[in-house]
Design a protein around this ligand. Structure first.
Ligand code: AMP
Ligand code: MG
Length: 502
């Protein structure tokens, strides 16, 4: 027997916050088989896996042989799900193995998802299926490649066991890396069950770990609220800019560190419609694309409620101060959105005065059901006078031409302003190049994701690995991946639904 691997763990959550989690062990996996492993992420984390064989990795990432230094815990949390408070959620199918400090000095969680029942499982089996775990890999890595803060997948192992869903499915465990697994719902759990002293300990922990610059502030808890609101405002603006629909923005799926977390029923927009909802369980459209900023603000209000006793002894004053802080979200969100839209249009950050340029473009896409990703991408070509691919997306060319004329005026005005400021002049080519760095060519197309996962479930991982490889460079147009860049057939999108908790 080789010596068990040792990870350089330093497990502050398990050590410094007793009572916030339950020590627990993963269930045994009968026949683990490695489906996915990210060696460069392992290196980034300083894990000694360079010589590990696929069998070693399968044993490790199934939980059958835990690395030395792990202190697996199931974390407690609560959450508002679709607006209703659930006082007791928690890691029902996840375990935090521990934390490591990565090459950048950043503390990262390493956690399992699908590793068996825990005291928080309620009626669930604690398990996960191959398809949804590989889906988390594809979407999470696509987000990472797009530069959007996200948890990442280190490995996926098939357990060799069937999990019982609507039909039996092959079981799997995902190993997830996150800045932390602190959620708005973690604060809600301790506010509901334990009171302000425990919330304060959690808040102090969150500040030390994610916002150390706030430690000496006059009112660090108010500042924490503002800081989380600020990070979420930037995150959600980035989602909107790439057409990402999270699908289940419950407060237990909102990270205090500001990462995208919990890839369940998420999917990307194809033909642009702001009311798009993919999740089968989101019947009211609560988490539709265009509701995401408001939902983030709503979730932040739930976060604020947990902090009120720490913000001020006087409740009225605490509420007034927290409310003012949450308003930061809407203002910041708007600024981030204007900046994102400016970059996507090949312009400086938009001002309120020219926000209509972006809004009217989006309206045009909606009116003609134009593919969101390709429209932006081909707009960059139009900056260099190549309008062929762009106009082929639009049925009504006159409406497009009218808008393009306005856009060209904005481009010319921005160029003049740049010249006056002595900036090196924007040429048509530099605008096109900049837009090609901002507007991805390749996104995880829903039909391609489904096809890759179906094949994986049948034992063929080739389409999965090809798609994953292609998504690593979403802005680079590579002819060999042209099929992956095609929008899904209309017929597919008409009935496409996503599912969570599977
Ligand atoms: P999610 O919708 O994945 O964010 O999960 C919401 C809650 O349900 C969390 O507390 C999960 O741990 C729990 N959960 C989801 N799926 C399962 C499962 N198969 N077994 C036990 N708990 C689960
Ligand atoms: Mg969740």
């Amino acid at each position: 027997m080789p010596a068990p691997l040792s990870f350089p763990f330093d497990n502050t959550y398990a050590r410094d916050l007793p009572g916030f989690a339950v020590p627990w062990q993963p269930a045994a996996a009968p026949a683990p088989r490695l489906l996915h492993f990210n060696p460069s992420l392992a290196r980034e984390l300083g894990l000694p896996l360079a010589d590990a064989t696929p069998d070693d990795l399968a044993a490790l990432f199934s939980g059958n042989t835990l690395p030395e230094g792990a202190s697996p815990i199931a974390q407690a949390y609560a959450g508002h799900q679709f607006g209703q408070f659930s006082p007791q959620l928690g890691d029902g199918r996840a375990l935090l193995l521990g934390e490591v400090i990565d090459g950048q000095g950043r503390r990262r969680d390493i956690a399992f998802k699908g590793s068996g029942p825990t005291p928080f499982s309620r009626r669930g089996d604690g398990k996960a299926a191959v398809g949804p775990m590989l889906r988390e890999v594809l979407i999470g890595e696509a987000m990472h490649a797009l530069g959007i803060p996200t948890t990442r997948a280190l490995a996926v192992v098939a357990t060799g066991e069937q999990v019982r869903r609507e039909r039996p499915l092959p079981g799997a465990i995902l190993t997830r890396v996150a800045d932390s697994h602190l959620r708005v719902g973690t604060f809600e759990f301790f506010a509901a069950h334990a009171g302000p002293d425990q919330v304060r300990r959690l808040a102090d922990y969150a500040i030390a770990r994610h916002y150390p610059e706030l430690a000496g502030a006059d009112n660090p808890y108010l500042e924490l609220l503002r800081a989380v609101a600020a990070r979420q405002s930037s995150l959600v603006a980035q989602w909107m800019a790439v057409g990402f629909i999270h699908g289940v923005m419950n407060t237990d799926n909102m990270s205090i560190a500001g990462e995208t977390i919990d890839y369940g029923p998420c999917a990307f927009m194809e033909a642009y419609d702001p009311a798009t909802v993919f999740s089968a369980i989101d019947r009211q459209g609560r988490y539709a694309y265009h509701h995401q900023p408001d939902i983030a603000a709503w979730n932040l209000a739930r976060f604020a409620e947990t902090l009120l006793p720490l913000i001020d002894d006087n409740t009225e004053r605490a509420v007034a101060r927290a409310t003012a802080s949450i308003q930061v979200f809407s203002e910041r969100y708007r600024q981030h959105w204007l900046k994102e839209m400016g970059a996507k249009l090949g312009l400086p950050p938009l001002t309120e005065a020219d926000a209509a340029l972006a809004e009217d473009w989006l309206e045009l896409l909606q009116a003609q059901s134009v593919d969101f990703t390709l429209a932006w991408r081909y707009l960059g070509e139009a900056a260099a006078g190549e309008e062929g691919r762009l106009s082929s997306l639009f049925a009504d060319g006159a409406a497009l031409d009218a808008w393009l004329q306005r856009w060209r005026q904005h481009c010319a005005a921005a160029d003049r302003a740049g010249d006056e400021a002595g900036a090196s002049g924007t040429t048509r080519a530099t605008r096109t190049a900049a837009m090609a760095q901002t507007n991805p060519w390749l996104m995880p197309r829903n039909h391609q994701v489904e096809a890759a996962l179906d094949a994986a479930e049948q034992g063929d991982l080739t389409p999965f690995h090809r798609l994953l490889g292609a998504l690593a460079e979403p802005c680079r147009e590579q002819p060999r991946y042209a099929d992956l860049a095609e929008p899904a057939p209309r017929e597919f999108m008409r009935t496409f639904q996503t599912f969570c908790g599977t």
